[in-house]
Write a protein that binds this ligand. Structure first.
Ligand SMILES: Nc1ncnc2c1ncn2[C@@H]1O[C@H](COP(=O)(O)OP(=O)(O)OP(=O)(O)O)[C@@H](O)[C@H]1O
Length: 251
């Protein structure tokens, strides 16, 4: 379970996340929506420890992570896989080396075991046999799939996706959405998906949360979200997100 308690992120007087409270139960796929600059990526960065909140607490599996040192946090990070917006593959490494990266760094598995895991994970994302390709030889959608294979290489319990369908055509986006859903049922993991893609959001989400002015103005099941009477939710669904202000107080 992930729990955010009264989390604030502020840059000087500019408040990006304004006393956020949220509980994400195990096994849930939560989609986070919000206008550009509303703090979605900031939220993901908090969860993987790339940033600390100005105040508030964050619990991952019962461990309060904001006060951990780097070494302690690395243990928590092993439970997390992140699929970055631009895939963030190492261009000088093969696909196989990219997927194996975390395993080589943090596990005590033999070379043969790692090779078998890499082959299996690539197979799961439909890229079986691509170990020796270089990232430059892959399409954007394939890179995203390699990034997903890397995120799940260590049996992550929590998978965080930062705009997994950005820059992809609708069909490839659909494939990525299917993979997100597939990983959830295969691994029973908890997924947090930041996206602007409403079709994908409704397809993958158990719950959807909408960030506006530094707060969640709606957190509800995908079905309830679709039929919400909140004007801003409907504006967002219908592509009129411009009325959602970019950030919170102090701007
Ligand atoms: N180091 C920083 N210093 C000052 N402001 C920052 C810093 N990092 C982020 N911000 C501000 O925080 C706000 C939230 O940024 P964030 O990247 O989380 O937004 P986002 O919702 O993911 O946006 P997008 O959908 O465009 O990716 C933005 O207004 C950004 O300018």
């Amino acid at each position: 379970m992930i729990e955010l308690q009264d989390v604030v992120v502020a840059y000087d007087t500019r408040v990006i996340l304004d006393h956020i409270n949220l509980t994400i139960p195990d096994g849930e796929t939560l989609v986070i929506l919000g206008g550009s600059g509303s703090g979605k990526s900031t939220l993901l960065r908090l969860l993987i420890g790339l940033q600390r909140p100005t105040s508030g607490k964050i619990f991952v599996d019962g461990t309060e992570i904001t006060s951990l040192n780097e070494e302690e946090f690395n243990k928590v990070r092993l439970k997390m896989g992140m699929v970055f917006q631009y895939s963030a593959l190492f261009d000088s490494m093969t696909v196989g080396e990219n997927v194996a990266f975390g395993l080589n760094q943090h596990s005590y598995k033999s070379k043969d075991e790692i090779k078998a895991i890499v082959a299996e994970r690539l197979d799961w994302v439909g890229l079986g046999g691509y170990e020796d390709y270089m990232p430059s030889e892959l399409s954007g959608g394939m890179k995203k799939r390699v990034s997903l294979a890397r995120a799940i290489a260590q049996d992550a319990k929590f998978i965080l996706y930062d705009e997994p369908s950005s820059g992809l055509d609708p069909i490839t986006s659909g494939t990525i959405s299917m993979l997100i859903k597939g990983m959830q049922s295969r691994l029973g993991c908890t997924s947090i998906v930041v996206t602007h893609d409403m079709q994908s959001a409704f397809y993958v989400a158990d719950r959807i949360a909408l960030l506006d002015k530094g707060r969640f103005i709606e957190v509800s099941s995908a079905e309830e979200f679709k039929h919400s009477t909140n004007k801003k939710v409907q504006q967002f669904i219908n592509g009129k997100a411009e009325e959602l202000t970019i950030s919170a107080r102090g701007v």
